[in-house]
Structures are given as C-alpha cells and as structure tokens.
Write a protein that binds this ligand. Structure first.
Ligand code: AMP
Length: 355
C-alpha cells in the first residue's frame, strides 16, 4: 500500500449527481473527504460532500483551485471536456486514466478498441456524410442504429433505421454531429459486468446483472443473471482483459447483449454504473467502496454476492410510490435528494432482496 492515500485525504469528484453522491458516502466511510466540482447549482452530491465548487468546465481558475485542494481526481460521468482534463492532470492524478476516458467518450474509438482486443461488437462504420451512410448501410444492412459518436446516454442521440428509406431522417436526427452506424443486434437479453482494477493491477468483478430498459432508461437490474454459467465466466474474464488493456484504476461498467452465439459488447462506462447499484445490498463491499478503494491505492474488497437482488430505478413520478415501497421491510431504499421531480429523471432506486 505504498501509494495509498492517507486518512483524511481529499478525493476530488467531477460531477455532482447521484453517482458522485454515493461515491462521497463511500469515501467518507473510509475516512476520506470529498470535494465536488459541478457546474449546476445544488447538486445531489453536495449534500454529503465536504466541499463543492460550483463552476463550469471552462473556468480555468476554478479548475486549478479545485486540483490544488484535492489529492486525487475521479469522475462520475465520462463527458468531461478534454481541455479541463488536461489542466487538471497537470496538477493531480486522474483515476481512471485518460485512455479509458478517451475510448469511452467516442463510440468509434470504443468499438475500434474493443474489436482490436478480440471482443465481438455490433458491425459498425463511421458516418459523417450522406454518402458514408449509404455505403455503411450497403455493407451493414438494415435494421441498424445510427448513434452520435459522442455525448449519447440513456438512448439519446440515436435513430433506428428499419429500412433504407429511414436513412435521411436518421441523419437529420444527428444534427450534423459525427456518427456511427451499428448493425442491429438480435439479442435475447442485456447483462452488465461491473469490474474493478486496483493501482497494483488486482482485478475483480461483481456477478453480472441482467438489465431491463424502459423508454431507453435502465428499469431493473436482477442478479444473478439468467444466462449460462459459461457465458458469465467468459464475460467476467473479458472484462478483466478490458481493464488490463487500459491499465485501468477504478470501477467500470461493461454492457453486453446476449445472443444465441455468445455476447456482443455494447459499451463501456469508465465509472460506477447504475446497473451496479444492487451491490449496495447484495455484497459486503459495493461498487462505490470498490471504486474509492481502487483510486485511493488500497487493495480491492470482497464483492462476492451474498444475496440475490432486484434493483428497481425510481424514475420521475415513481418516487411517489415510496410510502408503499417502504411498507415492505426488505426493500432497501436509496433516494438522491433531488427536489424537482421531472419525467425521465433518476430520483432514487430500491434494492429488493429476493433471497
Ligand atoms: P446505448 O445508448 O448504446 O446503451 O443504447 C441504448 C439501448 O438501445 C441499449 O440498451 C439497447 O437496448 C438498444 N441498442 C443499442 N444499440 C443496439 C444495437 N446495436 N442493436 C440492438 N439494440 C441496440
């Protein structure tokens, strides 16, 4: 533990949403302090952090002051502007590293990296012009999905192309942004692996969870996933390959489509992940503690699953069901302290212990 952060050290977190909030709670349980950098006012993480800087990612003075006030920097979302990262990295280590961020910020770089590692992805092609799209559709065929290369999340920045006649409208939906065409994967279910790697290169994964989406947003994650044990083992081992190839430090989410031939990697998220929230009540050490341990230079904890769990996201008005959900004493309730209820907004989640 030569590189381990000292007790009381300050962990800087870029982004003050629910992930930053739950990371702050985990950091404080391990004796660290946290400092949130977030452009928006009243961030959920601010309620439980030691300090909050409210400033934009283009505010160089605020970024430099933030970096000077922390010992290590991590993030709760992958779309931090490159210039801000350059400035921060000149002062303090950023964990996970820039390579992991660069790969996951751009769907083309991500798919290229994954296929070079020997993993199966959906067939893909870069699309910048109507000609590119015509050519890509000729090779990949329909149905297909056109996605913006950057800044997509929860199914945003995507257009389905069911027949070649949908192509023009799909391109208009990209609003001029560089895009990637992906062949449609005929999957039986979606699973995700939450993996972790420490500074010394130790690797571990939580049991893969099975995900159900509604309106493009994660609805439930259930563990164990109902897929063959050989596929689970393969998914876990391949997640280890991804973590090692990136010399990654921290927790990563890997989303996979399960098909009749095995699995296809959809995307990687270089951070704690919504589909890993079940670990809070299904494991001794959850994804948030695991991430803090990793970036603090600690050994990883035991993430073995002691309970089967269904995690249910509370989106928008779902949060009004809390009084009823609370009548079941086995429901572990996690709320994010967000005052405004908006459609599609993640307000909290419930971990229901199945057994
Ligand atoms: P993403 O933003 O890439 O995670 O996509 C959001 C959701 O759209 C996924 O969880 C899938 O349900 C669906 N989806 C995305 N890409 C594909 C694909 N190539 N084939 C089939 N479904 C997809």
């Amino acid at each position: 533990m030569t590189e381990a952060l000292a007790p009381g050290a300050v962990i800087g977190i870029l982004g003050g949403g629910q992930l930053g909030r739950m990371l702050s709670v985990a950091a404080s349980r391990l004796g660290f302090r946290t400092h949130i950098f977030e452009p928006g006012a009243e961030p959920p993480a601010g309620h439980v952090a030691d300090r909050v800087t409210t400033a934009g990612y283009d505010d160089e003075d605020a970024l430099a002051a933030f970096a000077a006030a922390v010992d290590v920097i991590t993030f709760e979302f992958e779309n931090v502007p490159t210039a801000a990262l350059d400035l921060l990295e000149a002062h303090r280590p950023i964990r996970p590293n820039r390579k992991a961020l660069a790969v996951s910020q751009d769907r083309l770089a991500e798919k290229t990296f994954l296929s070079e590692l020997g993993l199966t992805t959906a067939p893909f092609a870069a699309v910048d012009t109507p000609d590119d799209l015509r050519e890509a559709l000729g090779r990949i065929g329909t149905p297909a999905i056109l996605k913006t290369r950057r800044f997509g999340y929860d199914g945003k920045g995507q257009a389905r192309i069911m027949t070649p006649g949908d192509a023009d409208k799909a391109l208009v939906d990209m609003a001029g942004a560089p895009a990637v065409l992906e062949g449609f994967v005929d999957f039986t279910c979606e699973i995700s692996v939450i993996g972790a790697r420490s500074v010394s290169g130790q690797v571990t994964c939580f049991d893969p969870g099975q995900n159900v989406h509604r309106d493009g947003i994660l609805h439930t994650t259930t563990v164990p996933a109902q897929v063959p044990a050989t596929l689970i083992l393969d998914a876990v081992l391949r997640t280890g390959d991804i973590l090692n190839a990136l010399e990654y430090v921290g927790v990563m989410g890997v989303e996979l489509f399960v098909t009749s031939d095995g699995f296809v990697v959809n995307e990687i998220a270089p951070r704690v992940h919504n589909s890993g929230h079940w670990t809070q009540n299904g494991c001794v050490v959850d994804q948030f503690e695991q991430h803090i341990r990793a970036i603090a230079g600690w050994p990883l904890g035991d993430g073995a699953r002691h309970s089967d769990v269904e995690m249910l996201n509370l989106i928008g008005d779902d949060v009004a069901r809390i009084p009823e959900i609370a009548t079941d004493p086995t429901n572990a309730i996690h709320l994010y302290g967000k005052a405004d209820v908006k459609p599609g907004r993640k307000m909290g989640h419930v971990n229901q212990i199945i057994r």
